[in-house]
Ligand binder design. Structure first.
Ligand code: IVH
Length: 705
């Protein structure tokens, strides 16, 4: 057999073994044999780059390339479901369906509601071609490269199946409890922040820039909705059975029922039994089975009338409060966190719960030793929701005795817990900004979590876009004293040897395996240095945003940059002058003045200047400006021919307009490319908002005044 044929044969064989292993849980060869075949394929593929196939089983291990996610329109909007929390509403749903079908008999498919993130998979000729997150329902992120690493998702369907040439299948990407526990244990060891629940972990992982991280984290997926012309069955359940035959992982716990009592029996059973499942679920989904009946019931604006989600009650548990600690976040916000006796809750052992803020804490009137109620809802970190009044004293305290009268119960009141007045990290007096519930540490140049927050903001995509440097590396460099503020990043060049060596022994940033070669480390250091160098070209308005003046967001930074033209002018602006500017109010103006009044900030900015960052608005920007779009709010939608979305965004701003995300009565017009999202189109038409083509738009901004 020639090598090409062998490659194809191996791919086919490995796809089948993957399926047996990850979907059927019934492998027919040992792991070693599997690895052996995989290595053979890897070797052959290395010799034949011309036969590269992104869907080859070898691609499941991911790559180290940064995946820039592209936003793509869904071919059909991804709707969500109506939620109910009680049986009456389930009964009402049943009645609505029955009325809607004018009394005709119907079946309901009962399914588990998986608690992960929804995904839409597109197949053409049996091959996975695209995987898109839900996003806002109209458009989502193209995460195909990451999804390819999820082993229960088939990349290539077995030949000869009755699958349509083109179809879409939707489902949920999840992190099983076992992967979640392992990941958090690793993170705890590495002193990294833990994921609150499997859904957050799955979502963080799927959005990872590095598909090899995704490959290592053990995600899984269940598919629950088949769409497209030419799908085989006329019932939802039957279609999922077909999908299961084609190799998709479909839940084995779906049931077709014909009475409301059966629905309740299903709910009751799974409310208990879900604790024994390998993945998190937060309810059940009820769907009318017949596709014809689904069609006749139709949709509301947001969700189908033929389906509903019943959510399980958030689980609660009772335990004893031991202590409240105060955490300082990257923004300086101080959060009270309760330490409690460990208690089993929704599949994990819980010993910490958030108390949100000073007001919530005060309303609970807590004392050390209180018996408290802890709750864990779907996406939320456990929180204390109340306390048991009668249990206000812990056992130990009841057993202690007053020294004066050994027979009387302890007369001392329990110590109340108060919110701190000073930052627990640096000791600064906390402040509360108007209209905000949180207290903040104001010491943003001296308090470590805030400094880290500032550096992370500085390197973020919309600021200096130093994308090869993740928060974990920043943390690592900061802890090791290599950087003390964002300006130190520009000194890293000199210390690059040190970075390399240390990075090798303390491989916390690299997502690659421990056996990765020095090559990867070197290349990751040089990638970091290159993107730091590259950031020197970032335009002034983004530098102004990056330096992290509180309340100066992207828009305010642009406004200031355009108005003053240079850092020096912004730094010496007076309050009066700032308040003249459209869009700059007292809060922002005061913050700008405060920022430049601080010599530490001034010195920081001077250092950045010294390293060659842009401190003035570019020539081009100055020239390109006009006020043709002054005062206009413009929504961008669809796919464009002449410029990218970001370029259009920039053009709108250069001509005095404002790009806004969603259509409202205030929208001036929609700049529409091809395939404008159907929801947006409908809304624009309803509100009578003008839809402008790309060419029309360009001719307006390019016209002579
Ligand atoms: S069906 C039009 N089935 O729950 C029907 N959704 O708000 C679309 N989910 O966004 C969804 N398990 O992410 C469906 N068995 C299941 C599900 C499920 C979890 C999620 C899905 C959706 C949300 C509903």
């Amino acid at each position: 057999m020639d090598e090409k044929a062998r490659i194809l044969q191996l791919r086919d064989e490995l796809h089948r073994h993957n399926y047996r292993y990850y979907v059927e849980n019934a492998p027919v060869i040992s792991d070693q044999e599997f690895d052996f075949l995989m290595h053979e394929l890897q070797d052959l593929e290395a010799r034949h780059p011309e036969l590269f196939d992104p869907n080859s089983p070898t691609q499941r291990v991911g790559s180290d390339l940064n995946n820039e996610f592209e936003t793509v329109l869904h071919s059909r909007p991804m709707l969500s479901l109506g939620n109910t929390y009680n049986r009456q509403e389930v009964a009402d749903f049943w009645q609505r369906v029955s009325d809607g079908l004018m009394g005709a008999p119907f079946q309901i498919c009962c399914e588990l509601k998986f608690d992960g993130l929804s995904i839409s998979l597109h197949y053409e000729d049996g091959r996975l071609v695209r995987a898109v997150t839900r996003g806002d329902g109209v458009q989502g992120d193209d995460v195909t490269a990451n999804v390819r690493t999820i082993r229960s998702i088939p990349l290539q369907l077995p030949a000869g199946g009755d699958w349509p040439r083109e179809f879409e299948i939707r489902g949920e990407v999840l992190m099983p409890w076992s992967s979640f526990d392992r990941l958090n244990a690793e993170r705890e060891k590495a002193d990294e922040p833990l994921f609150a629940n499997p859904r957050n972990a799955a979502s963080g992982t799927l959005k990872s820039k590095n598909s090899s991280t995704v490959a290592q984290r053990g995600l899984d997926a269940y598919l629950y909705y088949l769409l497209g012309d030419g799908i085989p069955g006329d019932g939802h359940y039957q279609n999922l059975e077909a999908a299961a035959r084609w190799g998709f992982q479909v839940s084995k716990n779906m049931r077709l029922v014909s009475t409301l009592d059966e629905v309740f029996a299903y709910i009751d059973y799974w409310d208990e039994e879900r604790r024994n499942l390998p993945v998190a679920t937060d309810g059940v989904v009820l769907k009318v089975n017949s596709l014809a009946q689904q069609k006749s019931l139709g949709m509301t604006a947001k969700s189908p009338r033929w389906a509903i989600a019943y959510k399980f009650q958030a689980e609660q548990a009772e335990t004893t409060l031991r202590q409240v600690v105060f955490q300082v976040g990257r923004t300086g916000a101080v959060t009270p966190v309760a330490n409690m006796d460990p208690v089993q809750l929704a599949g994990t052992q819980v010993r910490r719960a958030t108390l949100h803020n000073a007001d919530v804490m005060a309303s609970l009137d807590l004392h050390v030793g209180d018996r408290v109620l802890v709750e864990k809802g779907g996406e939320i970190i456990p929180k204390i929701v109340g306390k048991k009044e009668q249990g206000a004293r812990s056992k130990e305290q009841e057993n202690t005795v007053s020294p004066s009268n050994p027979l009387a119960p302890c007369p001392l009141p329990l110590a109340p817990i108060n919110f701190v007045e000073r930052c627990p990290v640096c000791g600064s007096k906390l402040v509360r900004y108007e209209g905000e519930a949180a207290y903040y540490c104001p010491n943003d140049t001296g308090c470590p979590p805030l400094i880290l927050g500032r550096i992370e903001h500085f390197i973020s995509r919309k600021a200096m876009n130093i994308n090869s440097l993740g928060p974990e590396t920043v943390d690592d460099y900061f802890r090791r004293g290599l950087i003390h503020d964002a300006a130190d990043l520009y000194e890293l060049k000199v210390k690059s040897e040190e970075l390399k060596v240390k990075n090798k022994s303390n491989n916390s940033e690299d997502d690659t395996n421990s056996d990765s070669s020095l090559f990867t480390l070197q290349s990751s250091v040089s990638k970091i240095l290159a993107s730091i160098e590259e950031s020197k070209k970032i335009p002034f308005e983004r530098v102004l945003y990056a330096i992290g003046i509180r309340f100066v967001g992207e828009i305010a930074a642009k406004t200031l940059a355009r108005y003053y033209g240079s850092m020096d002018k912004v730094a010496s602006a007076t309050l009066d002058s700032l308040l003249q500017i459209n869009g700059i109010g007292e809060v922002i103006a005061g913050s700008v003045i405060g920022y430049f009044a601080n010599p530490i900030n001034r010195a920081f900015v001077e250092r950045l200047r010294g390293y060659g960052l842009q401190m003035e608005i570019g020539e081009q920007q100055k020239q390109a400006q006009s006020d043709k779009l002054e005062g206009q709010s413009i929504v961008i939608s669809g796919v464009f021919q002449h410029h990218s979305r970001d370029e259009y965004k920039a053009l709108i701003e250069q001509h005095g307009g404002k790009n806004v995300g969603s259509i409202s009565a205030k929208t001036s017009f929609v700049l529409a490319g091809d395939n404008m999202g159907p929801a947006k189109l409908e809304k624009a038409q309803k509100l009578g908002i003008r839809i402008m083509s790309e060419d029309e738009f360009l001719s307006i901004i390019n016209s002579e005044e």
